[in-house]
Design a protein around this ligand. Structure first.
Ligand SMILES: Cc1ncc(C[n+]2csc(CCOP(=O)(O)OP(=O)(O)O)c2C)c(N)n1
Ligand SMILES: [Mg+2]
Length: 433
């Protein structure tokens, strides 16, 4: 447990510009001073910082601190059993291997546009989506391809989408991952304007509430993207309305080429939850058990109408922003530090060596099955047709009825009431029971 409001010595002077509490006056503690708790489930708190510097005329970054700390173990889950742990591990391996296949397709010139990776973030994507129920909703961002797999999309969907094939989810109208499925899988398409998914998902939860249900709506925002105004507005609205928003803040230390040190002044982004009046927790985003437990508790809160939760998942973006970005600006020791904390290697060690839930043979079988599944998916996607030129004019603008969104859970019990006096325009008010 960490106290987000640091107790400092009563000096009567302004505090130094530390990362936490810059410029805050730290005079004698007042009797009514409030403190807030941000539960922190990590078994390790990395202690290093990144600083901007110059090499001749070029801006670059240096890292300093303890980069040789021992790798922490996986925290035992309060909720997951053996079968579920293996299932999450399987999704994580599939997530990674599918992205490796996408990288190869890109290098073979088969991909239209770029490719975005969630390397090092597989535990965050897969274990969080795994905590959702069938009736809950998910809105992934570009790095959450693992979440899409967990939610029932096949690898071929992602592959065909990146290759803009005719049978891809957007029928070749988009080259990256702007697709969802609002009728079967309850998945809202990613929105590239960072933060815009937050109010959209709050709206989904509100819609369900008006139809008499408390559901969980999960989405993700980066450590860079969380600074946008719409993120604040969306979380605040969800918080005020007690909507079941589960927001995973993917604290992966970089926003494109900007280190998190230059994105915000709080020590941990989970502290922002205090300002919204909602619970905030910190987890190690490379530990699937921690991610699942926090997501599960947030989903439970959502289902029981207790409202919004902010989960900060600390990890590292292990590649550049997208395939075109070699991430040369990242100090190499940072990659080495986080490579030792690889979410898949550590979970494998946990399942095979620590818990002995998988024998080496069973593990090998699991990997081979994923590989042969992916090979079939790749083959199918590569050999599927491109859209016909004549089809280009369709499916871009609204075709008749294509935007008709029907209530998912049932028509609201509404009654119409005439509220205006006779002779004036009739005003209709709808009341939900
Ligand atoms: C409102 C808005 N501003 C800027 C961008 C351009 N942009 C796309 S991704 C990105 C960096 C995002 O970093 P972060 O939120 O930390 O997510 P990460 O890529 O690390 O997962 C930026 C600046 C955008 N898409 N939307
Ligand atoms: Mg980031």
């Amino acid at each position: 447990m960490k106290n987000s409001t640091k107790k400092t010595k009563p000096t009567g002077k302004n505090s130094s510009h530390s990362r936490n509490g810059a410029g805050r006056r730290t005079s004698v503690a007042l009797p009514q001073q409030r403190t807030y708790d941000i539960p922190d489930y990590r078994l390790e708190k990395p202690s290093f910082t990144v600083r901007q510097t110059r090499k001749r005329d070029e801006c670059c970054y240096e890292v300093s601190g303890d980069l040789n700390a021992p790798v922490p173990p996986i925290r035992e889950s309060k909720y997951l059993d053996k079968r579920q742990c293996i299932e999450i591990y399987r999704w994580m391996v599939l997530n990674r291997k599918m992205e490796q296949a996408l990288e190869n397709l890109y290098k073979q010139g088969k991909v239209v546009g770029g490719v975005y990776f969630g390397l090092g973030q597989e535990a965050c994507s897969c274990a969080s989506a795994f905590a959702l129920g069938k009736d809950d909703w998910l809105a992934p961002m570009i790095r959450n391809q693992g979440s899409l797999l967990v939610r029932g999309f096949e690898a071929r969907d992602m592959m065909m989408q990146y290759m803009a094939k005719a049978d891809s989810p957007t029928k070749g109208r988009d080259g990256t991952s702007h697709f969802g499925d609002i009728s079967q899988r309850n998945v809202v398409s990613p929105i590239s304007m960072l933060g815009d998914l937050v109010p959209v998902m709050a709206g989904v939860a509100l819609g369900a509430r008006l139809q008499g249900r408390n559901i969980a709506v999960m989405t993700y925002i980066g450590d860079g993207g969380q600074s946008t105004g719409v993120t604040y507005e969306g979380i605040n609205f969800a918080a005020v309305q007690n909507l079941g928003l589960v927001l995973l803040v993917e604290s992966n230390l970089w926003a494109y080429s900007t280190p998190s040190e230059m994105q915000y002044r709080v020590q941990d982004l989970a502290e922002r939850a205090i300002g919204y009046g909602i619970p905030g927790v910190i987890v190690d985003g490379t530990d699937a058990c921690q991610v699942y437990d926090a997501a599960h508790e947030a989903v439970e809160r959502a289902h029981s109408g207790e409202g919004t939760t902010l989960i900060e998942a600390k990890m590292m973006r292990m590649k550049g922003h997208a395939i075109h970005d070699a991430a040369d600006y990242v100090p190499k020791p940072m990659f080495e530090y986080w490579r030792r904390r690889d979410p898949i290697a550590r979970f494998e060690n946990y399942l095979v060596n620590v818990k002995k839930w998988l024998t080496p043979q069973e593990h090998q079988k699991l990997i081979s099955e994923i590989e042969s599944y992916l090979e079939k998916e790749r083959e199918f996607a590569v050999n599927s047709p491109m859209p016909s030129p004549e089809s280009a004019e369709g499916g871009v603008y609204c075709d008749d009825g294509c935007h008709q969104i029907k209530p998912k859970y049932g028509v609201p019990k509404a009654r119409l009431r005439k509220s205006a006096p006779q002779g004036t325009r009739q005003e209709k008010a709808i009341h939900f029971k």
